[in-house]
Design a protein around this ligand. Structure first.
Ligand code: ADP
Length: 152
C-alpha cells in the first residue's frame, strides 16, 4: 500500500493545495493531509478551524484522510507507515528550500521519498501567506480559497 503524506500549515488551505492533492491522488493508495504543529509559529487560524476546513474540503474522497502531528514530519511518516511525502513547487525559492528538507528527510525518515509536483501556472501565485495578507487587509480572498472555506 502506497501511503503519502501531504504536510503543511494550511493556514488556510488554498485552491493551490487542493490542486496538488488532486493531482497526486492517482499516484498513491492513500494520502494523509497532515497539519504540522510548530509551537514557535503564530497561526492566523487555530488548529481546530484548519482541521475542520481540511475535513470538509476532502470529505468526498475516500483515499484522503486528515491528521495533525507535532515534531518531525519524517517521524510522523515513519509512525503511520507512509513512505512518500508530497510537496508542491511554485518557483525557485520553493525549490531551494524543499531540496534541503527532502535530502534531510531521506536520511532522518529512513528512505522517505519526497515527490514534487510543479504547480500549474494558474496556481503558482497562490500562497497561504498572500491569502492571510488579503484577509488582514479586509480584502476578498475567496478567489484563492476552496468553497468549503468560508470566512466570517
Ligand atoms: P508549509 O508551512 O509547510 O510551507 P503550506 O501550507 O504553506 O505549508 O504548504 C504546504 C505545501 O503546499 C508546500 O509544499 C507548498 O509548496 C505547497 N503549496 C502551497 N501553495 C501552493 C500552490 N499554489 N501551488 C503548488 N503548491 C503549493
Amino acid at each position: 500500500m502506497k501511503i503519502a503524506v501531504f504536510p503543511g500549515s494550511f493556514d488556510p488551505i488554498t485552491t493551490g493545495h487542493v490542486k496538488i492533492v488532486k493531482r497526486a491522488l492517482p499516484l498513491f493508495d492513500k494520502i494523509v493531509v497532515a497539519i504540522g504543529i510548530n509551537s514557535q509559529k503564530q497561526y492566523l487560524f487555530d488548529l481546530e478551524q484548519r482541521m475542520r476546513w481540511l475535513e470538509r474540503v476532502f470529505a468526498d474522497e475516500p483515499k484522503i484522510s486528515i491528521d495533525s502531528f507535532e515534531g518531525l514530519t519524517a517521524h510522523f511518516c515513519n509512525k503511520i507507515g507512509a513512505r512518500y511525502l508530497i510537496r508542491g513547487l511554485r518557483n525557485a525559492s520553493d525549490f531551494d528550500y524543499e531540496k534541503t528538507i527532502s535530502q534531510l528527510n531521506h536520511i532522518v525518515g529512513k528512505e522517505l521519498e519526497t515527490v514534487f509536483l510543479i504547480s500549474e501556472p494558474e496556481y503558482s501565485h497562490i500562497s497561504s501567506t498572500i491569502v492571510r495578507e488579503i484577509i488582514k487587509g479586509k480584502g476578498d480572498a475567496s478567489p484563492f480559497l476552496p468553497m468549503e472555506v468560508v470566512l466570517k
